[in-house]
Design a protein around this ligand. Structure first.
Ligand code: SF4
Length: 376
Protein backbone atom coordinates (compact mmCIF):
# COMPACT_ATOMS: atom_id res chain seq x y z
CA UNK A 1 0.00 0.00 0.00
CA UNK A 2 1.34 3.45 -0.89
CA UNK A 3 2.25 5.68 2.08
CA UNK A 4 -0.44 8.18 1.16
CA UNK A 5 -3.10 5.46 1.20
CA UNK A 6 -1.90 4.35 4.60
CA UNK A 7 -2.14 7.92 5.84
CA UNK A 8 -5.67 8.25 4.51
CA UNK A 9 -6.63 5.03 6.23
CA UNK A 10 -5.17 6.32 9.50
CA UNK A 11 -7.29 9.46 9.33
CA UNK A 12 -4.74 11.94 7.91
CA UNK A 13 -6.34 13.89 5.09
CA UNK A 14 -4.85 14.42 1.65
CA UNK A 15 -4.73 18.13 2.52
CA UNK A 16 -2.61 17.49 5.65
CA UNK A 17 -0.37 15.16 3.67
CA UNK A 18 0.30 17.88 1.07
CA UNK A 19 0.72 20.54 3.76
CA UNK A 20 3.36 18.44 5.50
CA UNK A 21 5.21 17.87 2.22
CA UNK A 22 5.10 21.62 1.52
CA UNK A 23 6.49 22.36 5.00
CA UNK A 24 9.26 19.78 4.57
CA UNK A 25 10.11 21.24 1.15
CA UNK A 26 10.36 24.71 2.71
CA UNK A 27 12.62 23.39 5.48
CA UNK A 28 14.91 21.93 2.80
CA UNK A 29 15.14 25.39 1.25
CA UNK A 30 13.78 24.11 -2.05
CA UNK A 31 11.62 26.25 -4.32
CA UNK A 32 7.87 25.73 -4.30
CA UNK A 33 8.10 24.08 -7.72
CA UNK A 34 9.86 21.12 -6.10
CA UNK A 35 6.84 20.20 -3.98
CA UNK A 36 5.50 17.85 -6.70
CA UNK A 37 8.80 15.89 -6.70
CA UNK A 38 8.83 15.68 -2.93
CA UNK A 39 5.21 14.48 -2.89
CA UNK A 40 6.09 11.89 -5.52
CA UNK A 41 9.03 10.65 -3.42
CA UNK A 42 6.84 10.52 -0.31
CA UNK A 43 4.31 8.38 -2.20
CA UNK A 44 6.83 5.96 -3.70
CA UNK A 45 5.95 2.36 -2.83
CA UNK A 46 9.61 1.35 -2.23
CA UNK A 47 10.20 2.13 1.40
CA UNK A 48 13.81 2.21 2.66
CA UNK A 49 14.42 -0.05 5.64
CA UNK A 50 15.38 1.81 8.82
CA UNK A 51 16.99 0.45 11.95
CA UNK A 52 16.60 2.81 14.94
CA UNK A 53 18.86 2.20 17.93
CA UNK A 54 18.60 3.80 21.38
CA UNK A 55 21.58 4.22 23.67
CA UNK A 56 22.27 6.76 26.46
CA UNK A 57 19.33 9.16 26.12
CA UNK A 58 15.92 10.18 27.43
CA UNK A 59 13.89 9.20 24.31
CA UNK A 60 12.88 12.85 24.02
CA UNK A 61 13.87 12.89 20.33
CA UNK A 62 11.43 10.06 19.57
CA UNK A 63 8.81 11.71 21.77
CA UNK A 64 9.21 14.99 19.93
CA UNK A 65 8.66 13.20 16.62
CA UNK A 66 5.67 11.26 17.90
CA UNK A 67 3.96 14.08 19.81
CA UNK A 68 0.28 13.41 19.94
CA UNK A 69 -1.21 16.83 19.15
CA UNK A 70 -0.47 16.71 15.44
CA UNK A 71 0.80 13.37 14.22
CA UNK A 72 1.29 14.23 10.53
CA UNK A 73 5.13 14.48 10.42
CA UNK A 74 5.48 11.27 12.39
CA UNK A 75 2.84 9.49 10.33
CA UNK A 76 4.37 10.62 7.09
CA UNK A 77 7.86 9.64 8.17
CA UNK A 78 6.86 6.29 9.59
CA UNK A 79 4.80 5.48 6.49
CA UNK A 80 7.59 6.48 4.09
CA UNK A 81 10.05 4.11 5.65
CA UNK A 82 10.02 0.51 6.74
CA UNK A 83 10.85 0.83 10.42
CA UNK A 84 12.24 -2.61 11.09
CA UNK A 85 13.54 -2.01 14.60
CA UNK A 86 12.76 0.71 17.18
CA UNK A 87 12.88 -0.30 20.82
CA UNK A 88 10.28 2.25 21.92
CA UNK A 89 7.73 1.54 19.21
CA UNK A 90 8.02 -2.13 18.39
CA UNK A 91 5.52 -4.54 19.87
CA UNK A 92 7.99 -7.39 20.25
CA UNK A 93 10.55 -7.68 23.03
CA UNK A 94 13.32 -9.92 24.28
CA UNK A 95 14.56 -12.65 21.94
CA UNK A 96 11.81 -11.86 19.43
CA UNK A 97 13.04 -8.26 19.11
CA UNK A 98 16.69 -9.28 18.90
CA UNK A 99 15.86 -11.77 16.14
CA UNK A 100 14.01 -9.06 14.26
CA UNK A 101 17.08 -6.82 14.47
CA UNK A 102 19.42 -9.59 13.36
CA UNK A 103 17.19 -10.62 10.43
CA UNK A 104 16.78 -7.06 9.21
CA UNK A 105 20.53 -6.36 9.36
CA UNK A 106 21.19 -9.47 7.26
CA UNK A 107 18.35 -9.08 4.75
CA UNK A 108 18.95 -5.38 4.05
CA UNK A 109 22.72 -5.25 4.15
CA UNK A 110 24.03 -2.15 2.36
CA UNK A 111 20.53 -0.70 1.94
CA UNK A 112 19.20 0.35 5.33
CA UNK A 113 19.40 3.72 7.06
CA UNK A 114 20.67 3.49 10.61
CA UNK A 115 19.17 6.06 12.97
CA UNK A 116 20.93 6.43 16.32
CA UNK A 117 19.39 8.18 19.32
CA UNK A 118 21.64 8.64 22.35
CA UNK A 119 25.31 8.81 23.22
CA UNK A 120 27.65 5.83 23.37
CA UNK A 121 29.63 5.17 26.58
CA UNK A 122 33.20 4.05 25.93
CA UNK A 123 34.84 3.79 29.36
CA UNK A 124 35.47 0.31 30.77
CA UNK A 125 34.61 -1.25 27.43
CA UNK A 126 31.23 0.45 27.37
CA UNK A 127 29.61 -1.52 30.20
CA UNK A 128 27.45 1.47 31.19
CA UNK A 129 24.86 0.82 28.46
CA UNK A 130 23.87 -2.66 27.36
CA UNK A 131 20.92 -3.86 25.29
CA UNK A 132 20.29 -7.55 24.65
CA UNK A 133 23.54 -8.44 26.43
CA UNK A 134 25.70 -6.33 24.12
CA UNK A 135 27.28 -2.96 24.83
CA UNK A 136 26.16 0.09 22.89
CA UNK A 137 29.59 0.12 21.19
CA UNK A 138 29.15 -3.46 19.98
CA UNK A 139 25.57 -2.91 18.79
CA UNK A 140 26.53 0.31 17.01
CA UNK A 141 29.55 -1.20 15.23
CA UNK A 142 27.60 -4.23 14.08
CA UNK A 143 24.61 -2.19 12.85
CA UNK A 144 26.80 0.43 11.18
CA UNK A 145 28.71 -2.16 9.17
CA UNK A 146 25.91 -2.79 6.66
CA UNK A 147 24.27 0.66 6.77
CA UNK A 148 23.97 2.81 3.67
CA UNK A 149 24.14 5.90 5.87
CA UNK A 150 23.79 6.86 9.52
CA UNK A 151 21.54 9.58 10.91
CA UNK A 152 22.36 10.79 14.43
CA UNK A 153 19.11 12.12 15.84
CA UNK A 154 19.56 14.59 18.70
CA UNK A 155 22.55 16.18 20.41
CA UNK A 156 23.47 13.03 22.39
CA UNK A 157 23.98 10.84 19.31
CA UNK A 158 25.53 13.73 17.41
CA UNK A 159 28.06 14.99 19.97
CA UNK A 160 27.59 13.11 23.26
CA UNK A 161 25.05 15.54 24.72
CA UNK A 162 24.49 15.84 28.46
CA UNK A 163 26.04 12.41 29.04
CA UNK A 164 29.34 13.81 27.78
CA UNK A 165 29.22 16.86 30.07
CA UNK A 166 32.21 17.16 32.41
CA UNK A 167 33.35 15.02 34.11
CA UNK A 168 31.77 12.55 31.66
CA UNK A 169 31.98 9.52 33.98
CA UNK A 170 30.99 6.98 31.32
CA UNK A 171 33.18 8.34 28.53
CA UNK A 172 30.10 9.14 26.43
CA UNK A 173 30.72 10.21 22.83
CA UNK A 174 28.74 10.86 19.69
CA UNK A 175 28.48 8.29 16.89
CA UNK A 176 31.09 10.06 14.76
CA UNK A 177 33.78 9.37 17.37
CA UNK A 178 33.34 5.64 16.81
CA UNK A 179 32.16 5.19 13.22
CA UNK A 180 34.51 6.85 10.74
CA UNK A 181 33.85 5.00 7.48
CA UNK A 182 30.16 5.67 6.77
CA UNK A 183 28.22 8.67 5.47
CA UNK A 184 27.00 10.32 8.67
CA UNK A 185 24.43 13.06 9.18
CA UNK A 186 23.92 14.81 12.49
CA UNK A 187 20.55 16.32 13.39
CA UNK A 188 21.35 17.89 16.76
CA UNK A 189 18.86 19.53 19.08
CA UNK A 190 17.44 18.75 22.49
CA UNK A 191 15.15 17.70 20.96
CA UNK A 192 15.60 18.48 17.27
CA UNK A 193 12.67 19.64 15.18
CA UNK A 194 10.84 16.60 13.79
CA UNK A 195 10.76 18.41 10.45
CA UNK A 196 14.56 18.34 10.25
CA UNK A 197 14.53 14.54 10.37
CA UNK A 198 11.53 14.30 8.06
CA UNK A 199 13.13 16.69 5.55
CA UNK A 200 16.45 14.85 5.65
CA UNK A 201 14.76 11.52 4.87
CA UNK A 202 12.58 13.15 2.20
CA UNK A 203 15.67 14.73 0.62
CA UNK A 204 17.34 11.32 0.53
CA UNK A 205 14.27 9.74 -1.08
CA UNK A 206 13.78 12.58 -3.57
CA UNK A 207 17.37 13.06 -4.77
CA UNK A 208 18.88 9.64 -3.89
CA UNK A 209 21.75 11.35 -2.11
CA UNK A 210 22.47 13.05 1.19
CA UNK A 211 21.90 16.78 1.59
CA UNK A 212 24.82 19.19 1.75
CA UNK A 213 26.32 19.15 5.24
CA UNK A 214 28.31 21.63 7.32
CA UNK A 215 31.57 20.84 9.12
CA UNK A 216 29.65 19.25 12.01
CA UNK A 217 27.69 16.97 9.67
CA UNK A 218 24.45 18.98 9.95
CA UNK A 219 22.23 19.52 6.89
CA UNK A 220 22.91 23.07 5.78
CA UNK A 221 19.26 23.59 4.87
CA UNK A 222 18.36 23.36 8.56
CA UNK A 223 21.52 24.51 10.33
CA UNK A 224 22.94 27.06 7.91
CA UNK A 225 21.90 30.20 9.78
CA UNK A 226 21.92 31.44 13.35
CA UNK A 227 18.58 31.58 15.12
CA UNK A 228 19.44 35.17 16.09
CA UNK A 229 18.95 36.18 12.44
CA UNK A 230 15.23 35.33 12.46
CA UNK A 231 14.29 35.77 16.11
CA UNK A 232 11.15 37.77 16.82
CA UNK A 233 13.00 39.51 19.69
CA UNK A 234 15.71 40.72 17.31
CA UNK A 235 14.25 44.24 16.93
CA UNK A 236 14.63 44.64 20.71
CA UNK A 237 18.23 43.45 20.48
CA UNK A 238 18.94 45.98 17.74
CA UNK A 239 17.29 48.73 19.74
CA UNK A 240 19.18 47.88 22.93
CA UNK A 241 16.17 46.65 24.87
CA UNK A 242 17.20 43.67 26.99
CA UNK A 243 15.24 41.69 29.58
CA UNK A 244 17.10 42.05 32.84
CA UNK A 245 15.41 39.48 35.10
CA UNK A 246 12.88 36.69 34.72
CA UNK A 247 9.40 37.97 35.43
CA UNK A 248 10.24 41.68 35.56
CA UNK A 249 8.74 44.34 33.29
CA UNK A 250 11.48 43.99 30.66
CA UNK A 251 10.87 40.24 30.47
CA UNK A 252 7.10 40.69 30.31
CA UNK A 253 7.54 43.19 27.47
CA UNK A 254 9.22 40.49 25.38
CA UNK A 255 12.62 42.19 25.24
CA UNK A 256 15.72 40.41 23.95
CA UNK A 257 17.02 37.64 26.24
CA UNK A 258 20.72 38.17 25.50
CA UNK A 259 21.51 39.48 28.96
CA UNK A 260 19.80 36.43 30.51
CA UNK A 261 22.25 34.24 28.62
CA UNK A 262 20.56 33.62 25.26
CA UNK A 263 22.96 31.70 23.00
CA UNK A 264 21.00 32.56 19.84
CA UNK A 265 23.75 34.79 18.39
CA UNK A 266 26.12 31.78 18.25
CA UNK A 267 23.68 28.94 17.55
CA UNK A 268 23.06 27.55 14.08
CA UNK A 269 19.54 26.10 13.83
CA UNK A 270 16.14 26.84 12.33
CA UNK A 271 14.10 26.89 15.58
CA UNK A 272 13.12 30.53 15.13
CA UNK A 273 11.62 29.69 11.72
CA UNK A 274 10.44 26.08 11.88
CA UNK A 275 8.93 26.06 15.33
CA UNK A 276 7.70 23.25 17.53
CA UNK A 277 4.35 21.56 18.09
CA UNK A 278 2.73 23.27 15.10
CA UNK A 279 1.49 26.08 17.34
CA UNK A 280 4.38 28.46 16.74
CA UNK A 281 6.28 28.03 20.00
CA UNK A 282 9.96 27.66 20.73
CA UNK A 283 11.94 28.41 23.90
CA UNK A 284 12.74 32.06 23.14
CA UNK A 285 9.11 32.77 22.24
CA UNK A 286 7.99 31.69 25.72
CA UNK A 287 10.69 33.63 27.54
CA UNK A 288 13.55 31.16 27.96
CA UNK A 289 16.97 31.94 26.50
CA UNK A 290 18.29 29.64 23.80
CA UNK A 291 20.77 27.19 25.42
CA UNK A 292 22.62 26.50 22.16
CA UNK A 293 21.58 22.85 22.11
CA UNK A 294 22.79 22.32 18.52
CA UNK A 295 26.30 23.59 19.28
CA UNK A 296 28.68 21.06 20.86
CA UNK A 297 30.97 23.81 22.14
CA UNK A 298 28.13 25.57 23.97
CA UNK A 299 25.43 23.27 25.27
CA UNK A 300 26.18 21.55 28.58
CA UNK A 301 29.52 23.37 28.60
CA UNK A 302 28.34 26.92 29.16
CA UNK A 303 26.12 28.01 32.06
CA UNK A 304 22.65 29.08 30.98
CA UNK A 305 23.19 32.60 32.38
CA UNK A 306 26.57 33.09 30.67
CA UNK A 307 26.57 35.40 27.68
CA UNK A 308 28.11 34.34 24.38
CA UNK A 309 30.33 36.80 22.62
CA UNK A 310 28.97 38.23 19.43
CA UNK A 311 30.59 39.69 16.41
CA UNK A 312 28.40 42.61 15.42
CA UNK A 313 28.02 45.14 18.23
CA UNK A 314 24.47 46.23 17.59
CA UNK A 315 22.55 48.34 18.39
CA UNK A 316 24.10 51.16 16.45
CA UNK A 317 25.15 54.16 18.44
CA UNK A 318 22.51 56.35 16.82
CA UNK A 319 19.66 54.38 18.42
CA UNK A 320 17.56 56.30 20.88
CA UNK A 321 18.06 55.38 24.55
CA UNK A 322 15.32 53.43 26.31
CA UNK A 323 13.91 54.71 29.57
CA UNK A 324 11.50 52.22 31.10
CA UNK A 325 10.82 54.31 34.20
CA UNK A 326 9.42 57.11 32.07
CA UNK A 327 7.75 54.90 29.53
CA UNK A 328 5.24 56.94 27.57
CA UNK A 329 6.21 60.21 29.30
CA UNK A 330 9.58 60.98 27.83
CA UNK A 331 10.56 62.78 24.67
CA UNK A 332 9.55 61.34 21.33
CA UNK A 333 11.81 58.77 19.67
CA UNK A 334 12.71 61.35 17.03
CA UNK A 335 13.81 63.83 19.70
CA UNK A 336 15.83 61.29 21.63
CA UNK A 337 17.30 60.02 18.37
CA UNK A 338 18.53 63.50 17.48
CA UNK A 339 19.82 64.02 21.00
CA UNK A 340 21.47 60.64 20.92
CA UNK A 341 23.11 61.31 17.57
CA UNK A 342 24.42 64.67 18.72
CA UNK A 343 25.64 63.25 21.99
CA UNK A 344 27.21 60.36 20.17
CA UNK A 345 29.22 62.73 18.04
CA UNK A 346 30.21 64.74 21.07
CA UNK A 347 30.93 62.04 23.57
CA UNK A 348 31.80 59.03 21.49
CA UNK A 349 30.05 55.76 20.87
CA UNK A 350 31.14 54.04 24.06
CA UNK A 351 29.60 56.68 26.33
CA UNK A 352 26.25 56.37 24.54
CA UNK A 353 26.17 52.61 24.89
CA UNK A 354 26.83 52.88 28.62
CA UNK A 355 23.84 55.20 29.05
CA UNK A 356 21.28 53.22 27.10
CA UNK A 357 19.24 51.91 30.03
CA UNK A 358 18.34 53.90 33.13
CA UNK A 359 20.92 52.22 35.33
CA UNK A 360 23.61 52.83 32.72
CA UNK A 361 24.82 49.22 32.65
CA UNK A 362 27.82 48.60 30.48
CA UNK A 363 26.50 45.08 29.93
CA UNK A 364 23.98 46.50 27.45
CA UNK A 365 26.80 46.46 25.00
CA UNK A 366 27.24 42.92 23.78
CA UNK A 367 30.73 41.48 23.60
CA UNK A 368 32.32 42.47 20.37
CA UNK A 369 34.18 39.35 19.40
CA UNK A 370 32.50 36.13 18.56
CA UNK A 371 34.62 33.26 19.80
CA UNK A 372 31.94 30.87 18.50
CA UNK A 373 31.84 32.38 15.03
CA UNK A 374 31.73 29.48 12.64
CA UNK A 375 34.73 28.95 10.44
CA UNK A 376 33.42 28.07 7.02
FE1 SF4 B 1 16.51 36.44 20.05
FE2 SF4 B 1 18.37 35.56 21.73
FE3 SF4 B 1 19.09 36.97 19.58
FE4 SF4 B 1 17.85 38.17 21.61
S1 SF4 B 1 19.91 37.22 21.65
S2 SF4 B 1 17.41 38.43 19.43
S3 SF4 B 1 16.42 36.56 22.29
S4 SF4 B 1 18.13 34.95 19.57
Amino acid sequence: MAPEDQLLRSGVSRRDFIKTCVAATAVMGLPFGMVARVVEAAQAPDRPPVIWLHFQECTGCSESLLRANHPTPANLLLDMISLDYHETLMAGSGHQAEKSLHDSLQANRGKYLLVVEGAIPTKENGIFCKVGGRTAMESLRSAAEGAAAIICIGTCASFGGIQAAAPNPTGAVGVGEIIKDKPLITIPGCPPSPYNLLSTVLYYLTFKKLPELDQLGRPKFAYGRRIHEHCERRPHFDAGRFAKAYGDATHAEGYCLYKLGCKGPATYANCSVQRFNDVGVWPVAVGHPCIGCTEPEIVFRTAIADKVQIHEPTPFDSYAPVDLKNKGKGPSPLTTGIIGLAAGVALGAGAMMAGRLPDGEQADKPHQEDSHERKE
